[in-house]
Design a protein around this ligand. Structure first.
Ligand SMILES: [Zn+2]
Length: 292
């Protein structure tokens, strides 16, 4: 599966001008490196992400736009690999050096529980990749059409920091990351059923907002074990997103990338102005603190 996916990536870049341009521009986005209370983070100026960063996800806007994940609305040049009920597609508006969207083949709501087991299986099939999920109110730009994403594993700062961060053991297979600006719970296990039941336990402890607890979820398979990282949320966008004063406004729309240490803004002035304090403040607004 992994080699098939890499082949899809290469052949789509050959055929699809928009994707080729956006992936090649991704390699030259302007980056600021910041260290916020001992945690390394990056700010990216990525104008191609304007669509996603400014996506309207209210019910009316969703109903009025053609769903870009439904096959009938996808560009003809976008090819797919079918796996179970899903289609694996190249993401033409990437954040990761290799970036895929994995929509369900039918138009159905973004919700993690019925798909979590598939997420683990997909991670097993793609050992050099991450498989991740943005909740419907936690960064998904198509909350009305179920999708995972997949992409380059060792790219997001959070993933690269996984072996150096201090962790507190909560129970046999669950760890809470310490001193990390935002809440991260990590499940580690080599038995799929144990990983699923640990996930269900965490899910049950989190407040439901809308249809499910707000969260971003990442998984990867390494050394014969699954790692599932859960970032519980309490808000989607920080107040600065809609600030009335132009001088206070920051177009930052936190999804998995931002929660994992790449703060993307499509506005150059915001890229230059955002400070460590702003980022700490944004995390405190959108990450849910939990007491065990
Ligand atoms: Zn759809």
């Amino acid at each position: 599966m992994q080699s098939q996916l890499i082949h899809l990536f290469d052949s789509q870049l050959e055929k699809w001008e928009l994707a080729r341009r956006n992936f090649s521009e991704l390699a030259s986005v302007r980056v600021r490196e910041l260290n916020v209370r001992g945690v390394d983070l990056q700010v990216h100026f990525n104008p191609a992400r304007i669509k996603s960063s400014s996506a309207k996800i209210d019910a009316k806007s969703l109903a009025e736009r053609p769903c870009f994940l439904c096959k009938k609305n996808r560009p003809e040049v976008q090819e797919e690999i079918l796996w179970r009920d899903y289609a694996l597609l190249i993401n033409p508006y990437p954040i990761l050096p290799q970036h895929f969207t994995v929509p369900h083949q039918t138009h159905k709501l973004q919700e993690i529980l019925p798909h979590f087991s598939d997420m683990l299986d997909l991670a097993t099939l793609l050992p050099d990749f991450l498989v991740f999920y943005n909740g419907p109110e936690s960064g998904a730009s198509a909350p009305d059409h179920f999708h995972f994403q997949a992409g380059t594993k060792n790219f997001l700062p959070l993933v690269k920091q996984r072996n150096v961060v201090e962790k507190q053991k909560i129970c046999s297979s669950v760890f809470l990351w310490k001193n990390y600006l935002r809440t991260v719970l990590e499940i580690v296990g080599n038995q799929k059923n144990d990983v699923i039941s640990a996930f269900l336990d965490i899910y049950a402890k989190l407040p439901i907002v809308g249809s499910e607890p707000m969260m971003n979820v990442l998984s990867f398979y390494e050394n014969s074990s699954w790692h599932v990282l859960i970032l519980p949320r309490k808000a989607f966008r920080p107040w600065q997103y809609n600030a009335e004063k132009e001088s206070e406004r920051l177009m930052v729309s936190p999804g998995t990338a931002e929660m994992c240490g790449i703060i993307i803004t499509p506005i150059e002035e915001h890229f230059e102005r955002i400070t460590s304090e702003d980022i700490e403040d944004i995390f405190s607004q959108v990450s849910l603190e939990i007491n065990w």
